[in-house]
Design a protein around this ligand. Structure first.
Ligand SMILES: NC(=O)c1ccc[n+]([C@@H]2O[C@H](COP(=O)([O-])OP(=O)(O)OC[C@H]3O[C@@H](n4cnc5c(N)ncnc54)[C@H](OP(=O)(O)O)[C@@H]3O)[C@@H](O)[C@H]2O)c1
Length: 517
C-alpha cells in the first residue's frame, strides 16, 4: 500500500474554527458547580489552544461576596481538579485569568445590571462592549428574569444595534411540553430564536459529531442505512452510578426526562435523519426535526406494549453494595420514579418503515457506556448459514460513543483448520490509537461554536418541543400506574426482565455494550 492508502490527507470542511472577533462572555451562576467544573476549564483549554479571540473578557455574575482575585483563585483551584490536561500551565493560566473579573449581584435586582453595564462600558474596544455571550448557568426558572433585565438595561438587543448578543442556556428545557413552550416563550420574548443556543452537551462530543461524518462521507455504509438492510437499531446509554445525592432532582425528573428527552433522542435523530441539504445549522436542524416528527406517536395502549420502566433495588455494582432507589436520600419510600427506561420506537418514513429502534438508559447498571448498534439483516439460510447448528451472527456495526470511543464492525470469518467452521470476528477503529489521546471536552466545542455564532450543535425550539411531545405521550401512558414486579431490577444488573420481554416479542435481544480491551 502507498502511504496515501494508509492514511489519506485530512479534508478540513470549512475552516478550523478560529475566533477573530473580540467579545465578552458573561456567566450568570459564576459561583456554581457548572462554571467551576466545565465552563472555566473549557475556556482555559480554548485559550491554551489559541482558539479564543485575540481580545476577550469573561465576567462572572453571582450573589456570593467575591473579589476578582478571590474568584480567580477559586477557579484556579477548581482547574487543578477538573482540567483535562495536567499539570495546569501557570503561564497560560496567568494570561487567561487576567481576562476574568467578577460582578456581584442578585439577578433579580436591576441595579446589578447597571453595575454589569458599567463594567462592560469600561472596556476600551467597542466589540468587547457589544459582542456579548450571556451564559445562563442558573436554574431555568431564572432565565426569564435575567433576559428581561438584560433587555431593560439595553445589554440584549436584536434590532440592529452594533455587535451581537447571544444567550446560552442549559438543560433542563422544561419538564413537559407545556413548560418547555412557556420557557421558550420567555427566552424569545426579548431575543430572537437565532440568538438562543440551547445546550445538550452530547452534541459536543466528538463521537456524536462523527455520526454525520460517518454516515455521509462513506458510500459503503450509507447504501445500507435503511429498512432493506437494517434489522434493528439499539441505542444504549448506561450509567454505573446510582442517583446518590441527586435523589431530590431525580424524583422530579426520572430517566425518561433526564436522558431520553434530550441526549438519546438527539442521537437517534442523527442516526436516522435524512441527509441535510447543506451543513448549515438550519438545514441540519430541519432534518432532525423532520425525523423526530416521523416517530410513530405512542397512544397509551402502545406505551404498555412498547415502553418499559424500571427501578433498581439494592444490589452490588462492581463488588460495591448499593442501596435500592427507595432507600436513597430525598427519595420517597414508595416512589414510582423510573431509574431505567427501555422503549421501542418506529419511524414512519420511507427509509425506516418497520425497523424497530430500541432505546434504553438506566442507573446502577454494570457499566457506564453509550453506544449505537446497527444490526443488519441475516443472509439467506443457505450455504454456511444452513449448515450452522446455531444461527450465524448477522453483521453489526457499533458506534462506541463512550468510553473506548470508536467504531466496530462484526462479520463472519472462517475458523482456521480443516473443518468448515464459521465464527463472528470484529474490526475495530479506535479514536485513541488513530488520532492520539487528544479529545476536547464537549463544552470546549460548544463554547467555541456559540462564540462563533454557529448553532448547528445546539437544539432549536421546535426540536425541544417535538421531543417533549414524545416524552409526554409516554408519561400519559404511565400516569397513575405503579411499577409492576417485572419492572424492578437489582443494582448491578442490566435492567428489569420486562425490558428483555420487550425485545423478545420480536425475536430480538439486548446486546451488552462492547468492551474493547
Ligand atoms: N453542574 C452541572 O454539571 C450541570 C450539568 C448540566 C446542566 N446543568 C444546569 O446548569 C445550571 C447551573 O447548575 P449548577 O450545578 O452550576 O448550579 P449551582 O451550583 O446550584 O449554581 C447556581 C448558580 O446560580 C447562582 N444564583 C442563584 N440564584 C441567584 C440569584 N438570585 N442571583 C444571582 N445568582 C444566583 C448561584 O450563585 P450564588 O449562590 O452566589 O448567588 C450559583 O452561582 C442548572 O440549570 C443545571 O440544571 C448543570
Amino acid at each position: 500500500m502507498t502511504p496515501d492508502e494508509h492514511n489519506g490527507p485530512a479534508c478540513n470542511i470549512g475552516m478550523e474554527r478560529k475566533l477573530t472577533e473580540p467579545c465578552s462572555i458573561i456567566i450568570f451562576g459564576a459561583s456554581g458547580d457548572l462554571t467551576a467544573r466545565k465552563l472555566i476549564p473549557a475556556l482555559y483549554h480554548l485559550f491554551k489552544d489559541q482558539l479564543m479571540p485575540p481580545a476577550f473578557r469573561i465576567i462572572g455574575f453571582a450573589r456570593r461576596e467575591k473579589t476578582d482575585d478571590s474568584w480567580r483563585q477559586e477557579l484556579r483551584a477548581a482547574l487543578e481538579e477538573f482540567s483535562r490536561t495536567k499539570p495546569v500551565d501557570e503561564k497560560v493560566w496567568g494570561d487567561f485569568a487576567a481576562n476574568l473579573s467578577y460582578c456581584r449581584g442578585d439577578l433579580t435586582d436591576a441595579a446589578a445590571y447597571d453595575a454589569l453595564e458599567k463594567k462592560l462600558s469600561g472596556f476600551q474596544s467597542q466589540p468587547l462592549r457589544r459582542n456579548l455571550l450571556f451564559y445562563l448557568a442558573t436554574q431555568p426558572s431564572q432565565f426569564g428574569v435575567v433576559i428581561e433585565k438584560l433587555h431593560d438595561s439595553h445589554l440584549l438587543s436584536h434590532d440592529g444595534h452594533p455587535g451581537w448578543q447571544r444567550l446560552v442556556v442549559e438543560k433542563p428545557f422544561g419538564h413537559d411540553l407545556q413548560s418547555a413552550h412557556s420557557l421558550n416563550g420567555e427566552l424569545t420574548r426579548f431575543a430572537q430564536e437565532r440568538q438562543v443556543f440551547r445546550i445538550d452537551h452530547y452534541l459536543g462530543k466528538e463521537t456524536v459529531q462523527n455520526i454525520l461524518m460517518f454516515r455521509f462521507s462513506n458510500s459503503i455504509f450509507e447504501k445500507l442505512w435503511n429498512r432493506n438492510s437494517v434489522e434493528y437499531v439499539q441505542i444504549t446509554v448506561s450509567e454505573r452510578l446510582g442517583v446518590g445525592e441527586r435523589g431530590g432532582y431525580y424524583e422530579e425528573a426520572g430517566a425518561l426526562r433526564d436522558m431520553v428527552q434530550n441526549h438519546i433522542l438527539q442521537v437517534l435523530a442523527l442516526i436516522a435523519m435524512e441527509p441535510p441539504v447543506s451543513l448549515e445549522a438550519e438545514s441540519v436542524r430541519d432534518e432532525k426535526v423532520k425525523l423526530l416528527k416521523s416517530i410513530r406517536p405512542l397512544r397509551p395502549a402502545d406505551v404498555a406494549r412498547q415502553v418499559v420502566r424500571g427501578q433498581y433495588f439494592a444490589g452490588v455494582v462492581n463488588g460495591e453494595p448499593r442501596p435500592g432507589y427507595r432507600q436513597e436520600p430525598k427519595v420517597k419510600t414508595d416512589s414510582n420514579v423510573e431509574t431505567y427506561v427501555a422503549l421501542k420506537l418506529l419511524i414512519d418514513n420511507w427509509r425506516w418503515s418497520d425497523v424497530p429502534f430500541y432505546l434504553r438508559t438506566g442507573k446502577n447498571l454494570p457499566m457506564s457506556a453509550s453506544e449505537v448498534r446497527i444490526r443488519f439483516r441475516p443472509t439467506p439460510s443457505v450455504l454456511f448459514a444452513a449448515q450452522c447448528e446455531h444461527k450465524l451472527d448477522p453483521n453489526a456495526l457499533t458506534l462506541r460513543l463512550q468510553p473506548n470511543e470508536g467504531i466496530s464492525l462484526r462479520f463472519n470469518g472462517k475458523v482456521p483448520g480443516l473443518s468448515v467452521g464459521v465464527r463472528p470476528v470484529r474490526m475495530h477503529f479506535s479514536y485513541d490509537s488513530e488520532f492520539g489521546a487528544y479529545t476536547p471536552e464537549a463544552y470546549e466545542r460548544l463554547l467555541l461554536e456559540a462564540v462563533a455564532g454557529d448553532a448547528t450543535l445546539f437544539i432549536r425550539r421546535d426540536e425541544v418541543e417535538t421531543a417533549w411531545q414524545i416524552v409526554d405521550s409516554i408519561r400519559a401512558g404511565w400516569s397513575g400506574k405503579a411499577l409492576s414486579n417485572r419492572e424492578f431490577y437489582a443494582a448491578g444488573t442490566w435492567g428489569p426482565v420486562a425490558a428483555d420481554d420487550l425485545l423478545a416479542q420480536s425475536g430480538h435481544a439486548w446486546h451488552e455494550p462492547l468492551v474493547i480491551a
